[in-house]
Design a protein around this ligand. Structure first.
Ligand code: SAH
Ligand code: ZN
Ligand code: ZN
Ligand code: ZN
Ligand code: ZN
Length: 461
């Protein structure tokens, strides 16, 4: 890419990248004819201040919030010369992975034929090595004796990507992963479209290869191309969930369509656990496209319902998700992660996870484990956290974070236990809050009076 794009500036402030409510950048979305970066079509943004659109619109990378990872930038009205267009195409081509998925699948076949002593994985290049390549990686760290069991659990060989802004990978704790799988089986699903859930995908594929009567299958869609080393082309598609882009083109899209079309589209569920950095509208728009793909199947076509979906996301995004999917409801189940200190299970005195399951399935069918303290509320017709008391006035189990909430008669709703009614602000807030009105609400909870960096819903007791 020519220096022009890099020098253009304007997209430095990606902090407020998350929605029109915050002063910062608002997403206008995926528009026809958008220019592309190595991550597919760029998204259109506009600078905002106090909730109003202001200034020029520009395109930026859909997948990377950090300019260090992808510095694509173009003003909407910018004239791009033929030379620069050609250079950009060349740049995009040269920034694709070194091996294609086909080549990786071929390499895998050769790899599994090797005796254990010759199976190496280069930790620096995050790559399975064939003996002829050892030389080139001789001063890299590597893991030896890669067993078949290890090959079936790539999420345990690959290190989790940790770039906070672009792609932080938070892997399910075994307990949560097993819970999801059991739930999927109990609900009678046979196929799982795993969108950004490599660990769920891997326990499904691993069981499928080991247990004869295990009937569930999964297709993984993920932007992390390292997974293509471990899965065949009908098990993994390199996919960007912020712009619904299949890196493998029409063939990969067809793989996804075929997967959804099996058994006329019956008994398929989409499970997704996207990065939490925002862009809910971009995610929602991609999920709607995947749902539309399913709709074209016999089952989908005859059916007025949406493709069954679990969208795993923090509870403070509830209103944002419901904006795009009014049919969804939030389950109380706390999803736990292995490599996230904050998002581990409460009971043992550790912090409670704020991550929940949003689903368009009937809440009463989502059975939560009683041994972990969840109970069924017969009035709400859903399982709730042990601390979530049914409020007689709201006529609902109102807690979002698992703690017992209290009803405020002035606000006419239940609020967090740590909040008090403030007559100045005319709403409930933390006792030591500063009574100040800002026009633009907080991006996270939508409430006025604070920005997202100080949002009370982000701090958990
Ligand atoms: N809890 C899940 C992992 C969630 S982490 C599990 O254990 O299976 C988020 C996942 O989304 C990662 O696998 C990451 O590679 C993927 N991801 C991040 N950005 C993406 C994008 N733009 N498109 C598709 N997948 C993406
Ligand atoms: Zn990009
Ligand atoms: Zn209730
Ligand atoms: Zn109440
Ligand atoms: Zn109040």
């Amino acid at each position: 890419e020519g220096g022009g794009d890099m020098a253009a500036g304007g997209a430095d402030d990606r902090e407020g990248w998350c929605g029109p409510a915050a002063g910062g950048l608002a997403l206008l979305g995926l528009v026809p004819g958008a220019p592309s970066c190595p991550h597919g079509p760029a998204l259109l943004f506009v600078k905002t201040s106090q909730g109003k659109e202001e200034g020029r619109r520009f395109y930026a990378c859909s997948a990377c919030r950090d300019r260090k990872d992808c510095n694509f930038f173009q003003w909407e009205d910018e004239k791009v010369s033929e030379t620069r267009l050609a250079a950009r195409e060349e740049y995009n081509r040269s920034h694709q992975p070194f091996f294609t998925h086909r080549q990786n699948a071929e390499r895998y076949k050769n790899f599994v034929l090797l005796p254990l002593s010759k199976r190496r994985f280069c930790q620096e290049c995050q790559q399975l090595l064939l003996p002829a390549e050892w030389e080139k990686h001789s001063d890299h760290q590597f893991v030896c004796d890669i067993s078949t069991a290890q090959l079936k659990s790539p999420s345990r060989i690959l290190y989790p990507l940790e770039n906070k802004k672009t792609n932080a990978q938070y892997l399910f704790a075994d307990r949560s992963c097993q819970f999801l799988l059991d739930l999927i089986i109990d609900l009678g699903f046979r196929r799982v479209l795993s969108v950004g859930t490599p660990r769920l995908h891997e326990i499904i594929q691993s069981k499928a290869s080991q247990e004869e009567d295990f009937r569930v299958r999964s297709l993984l869609l993920d932007i992390d191309f390292r997974y293509s080393q471990f899965y065949a082309e009908d098990e993994f598609c390199h996919y960007n969930m912020f712009n619904h882009y299949f890196f493998g083109g029409e063939a990969a899209r067809e793989t996804c369509r075929k997967f959804l079309y099996q058994d006329n589209g019956e008994r398929v569920i989409m499970v997704t656990d996207p990065p939490f950095g925002g862009l809910v509208e971009a995610l929602a728009s991609s999920f709607k496209k995947l749902m539309a793909m399913w709709k074209e199947t016999e089952e989908g076509g005859h059916n007025s319902q949406e493709m069954p979906t679990f969208w795993i996301f923090p509870y403070f995004f509830e209103s944002r998700i419901l904006e795009f999917f009014p049919s969804f409801s939030m389950m109380d189940y706390q999803v736990d992660y292995d490599n996230h200190a904050l998002y581990k299970h409460g009971k043992t005195g550790r912090r409670q996870s704020p991550v929940r399951i949003f689903t368009n399935l009937t809440p009463s069918t989502i059975v939560l484990p009683v041994e972990e303290g969840y109970r069924f509320c017969t009035i709400c017709q859903r399982y709730v956290s042990s601390g979530n008391q049914h409020c007689e006035i709201c006529n609902s189990c109102t807690s979002k974070d698992g703690r017992q909430w209290k009803h405020c008669v002035l606000c006419k709703k239940c609020v967090k236990p740590s909040w008090f009614h403030c007559n100045n602000c005319n709403c409930c807030a933390l006792q030591n809050h500063t009574c100040e009105k800002t026009d633009a609400g907080c991006f996270v909870c939508g409430k006025a009076g604070h920005k997202r960096s100080t949002c009370p819903s982000l701090s958990h007791a």
